[in-house]
Design a protein around this ligand. Sequence first.
Ligand SMILES: C[S@@+](CC[C@H](N)C(=O)[O-])C[C@H]1O[C@@H](n2cnc3c(N)ncnc32)[C@H](O)[C@@H]1O
Length: 309
Amino acid sequence: MRPTSLRYLSVLIGFSLLLGTGSARAADAPFVVTLPTVVDTMLKMGQVGASDFLIDLGSGDGRIVIAAAKQHGARGYGVELDPNLVLTARREAQRQGVADRVMFEAENLFNIDIGKASIITLYIGESVNMRLRPALLKLKPSTRIVSHDFDLGNWMPDEKMTISVPNKPYGPPRSDIMLWVVPADFSGTWTWTLPVAGADASHEARFEQAFQKLEGSGRVAARQAAIGSPQIRGDSIRFVMGADVAGKAAWREFEGRISGDSITGTSALLADGGKAILKDTSVPWRATRTARGKWVTDSPPATFEPGAR
Ligand SMILES: C[S@@+](CC[C@H](N)C(=O)[O-])C[C@H]1O[C@@H](n2cnc3c(N)ncnc32)[C@H](O)[C@@H]1O
């Protein structure tokens, strides 16, 4: 069992008990509010801004959507099964002067199109999160997901914070707030040409990807090359690549953004001919995907590490 699982289990059992068994269209989670300090932290972690469209799945009294509009100028949409809570949310949006930027609808969250969201917020329980996960992974790369207390299984968050919430209405007096940035699919073989030791050299990088984790290996001028610290954030990638050229190390750093089968960005020399490069050596970098890889987004065993298969 994962270290945080016991805590989730107790919150989950409590959520289930609160739900009861006899409701008409069974809600997938009970109505429990997220307190303002947690709402603030969620919106800050998601870097919500005026250009965002936030969707809260199971919006309760609308507080997250309303705060996103009022404090950050975002537009928002809340979907909620309970029509009385939807009325409460609409009234509150009027009262707080943001009714022109937010919308609330009485609907099952599994029936709506989440594709227009630039950020999704959740406080709905682990089993709903897991049912939503395939759809969340299909969202446009760089879409943010912020969840209160419940994770997305073995899709690890990009950021996580625990804050003390002494007057929390439910569960232990603290909240976990987690952020995921939907990754693009970088898996496969990428090629490009850049100078090494004064001469143009062909480069090749092969990436395996599980969720947003990458593992890579490569070749520079037909020699084996090491790839270090590959990182994805949404549609952006960053890694270093090094090869031994005539017995001396040549290392480059790469940063770029993906669009289809192209990455466009910059590359800087970190070391050439064994000597560290201190001046700015950034040059444009453009890589092309010559073969697709497998992007693992299902539930491999907990021991799975990219590249270990
Ligand atoms: C824990 S509350 C969170 C409310 C609000 N998002 C917040 O953080 O304050 C979960 C809400 O989801 C609603 N809900 C549960 N299942 C749902 C479903 N399938 N579709 C839409 N709403 C649902 C519940 O009625 C409840 O109001």
